[in-house]
Design a protein around this ligand. Structure first.
Ligand SMILES: C[S@@+](CC[C@H](N)C(=O)[O-])C[C@H]1O[C@@H](n2cnc3c(N)ncnc32)[C@H](O)[C@@H]1O
Length: 366
């Protein structure tokens, strides 16, 4: 690595300073999005376009002065449209453009971005615990991360689980797709199921299949149970608090799934071994994890930067909360997954040709 000359150093300095100014704007915009979502401001504007600050404040129950400042910030940032004219600030009327509404108020849209704002706020909340973990080598448990992270995680994947899992991902694996449609009813274990959207997506797409969801985190299972009940699926979908690495896990499943969670587990090999023992003859494990590059490349692309960001702020500390830990982090490369699978006794770990911007799909067979 060569030291930069003075001119190069000035260019580097200005580029990084500019980039961090953009990041500061991004941080503030995510904070404003969090307020807009949590306080119901965006939903009110979507229901009733063209409100003044006083009308919006009355509609959602916030203070008018705060509503006015937030509306002005949103208009200046280009999130909302404003009919300003020559009117005084109190008489300006604001609206949420239709395309922006999909990103900000539709939890089922694949374009939803509100969960990322909630993620940002969630990790800032636990910053003292993160500092402590970095210093001591300890961790920050999923429970410590709290409801913002839990809800952000669930909301991030919900659209894909409800619209792609049973419609595009599983149909791309013909024998699995056929088994899930066949008699006798296929049994699926959704390991580390979080708030249950993957289990719900599976059960909706395959009306004969029965799904057991399990997760270490009690509040996630409570959320999942409520979501399953609202979806009217309690007859075929069951949720329970369990450690995936528990050697006493019992059952016989045609399919075991682990969505975006293997890299979070303290003991992924033990968990995969337990999953292998759950398989009925002919069964397989589907691991869906991050589509990171095969090797370390710096500087990296957007996906790699995103995944390292998640790793230092959330996944590595949550995986290190329980010791001993494999300390995987979000950037679990193909080689690492294959090593874990081999150590857990799987004969093959095939990368499935399913396209997705952020996920890679692995099928593990004993
Ligand atoms: C990033 S979240 C993913 C949740 C869900 N699968 C999804 O895609 O939204 C990781 C989940 O793994 C769970 N988890 C971590 N270690 C686990 C273990 N050993 N057994 C069961 N669940 C575990 C956490 O409680 C958390 O719900």
């Amino acid at each position: 690595m060569q030291a930069p000359g003075i001119a190069d150093a000035a260019t580097q300095r200005d580029a990084l300073a500019g980039r961090l100014l953009d990041a500061t704007l991004g941080l503030m915009e995510l904070g404003a999005v969090y307020l807009g979502d949590r306080l119901g401001l965006y939903r009110a504007l979507a229901r009733r376009p063209g409100m003044t600050s006083a009308e919006l404040a009355a509609e959602v129950g916030v203070h008018e002065r705060y509503a006015r400042e937030w509306l002005e910030q949103q208009a200046v940032s280009g999130f909302l449209e404003v009919d300003a004219g020559d009117r005084p600030a109190e008489a300006r009327r604001y609206a949420l453009p239709a395309g922006h509404a999909e990103v900000l108020v539709d939890p089922d849209s694949l374009a939803t971005m509100v969960p990322f704002a909630q993620f940002g706020v969630g990790v800032i909340r636990v910053m003292p615990a993160l500092l402590e973990a970095f210093r001591t080598g300890g961790g920050v448990s999923w429970a410590q991360f709290g409801s913002d992270l839990r809800e952000a995680q669930a909301a991030t994947n919900r659209p894909a689980f409800l619209q792609l899992l049973g419609q595009a991902w599983l149909p791309a694996v013909p024998d699995l797709h056929a088994r899930l449609q066949a008699e006798p009813a296929a049994r699926v274990a959704d390991v580390a199921c979080g708030a249950g959207w993957s289990a719900i997506g599976l059960a909706r797409a395959y009306p004969k299949a029965r799904v057991d969801g399990l997760d270490l985190d009690g509040p996630s299972i409570e959320l999942a149970q409520a979501n399953v009940a609202r979806a009217g699926l309690t007859d075929r979908v069951t949720m329970m608090v369990r450690d995936a690495a528990d050697p006493a896990l019992a059952g016989r499943y045609d399919l075991v799934t682990i969505f975006e969670a293997l890299h979070d587990m303290s003991r992924p090999v033990e968990a995969l071994r337990a999953c292998r023992q759950l398989l009925a003859p002919g069964g397989s494990v589907l691991v869906v994890d991050e589509r990171v590059s095969d090797t370390f490349v710096a500087p990296g692309d957007q996906t790699e930067r995103l995944m390292y960001g998640f790793s230092i702020l959330c996944c590595l500390p949550s995986g290190m909360a329980d010791q001993p830990s494999a300390a995987t982090g979000t950037v679990m490369r193909v080689d690492t997954l294959r090593r874990y699978a081999a150590e857990a006794g799987f004969r093959t770990a095939e990368v499935l040709p399913i396209p997705h911007d952020f996920f890679r799909f692995y099928r593990l067979r004993p």
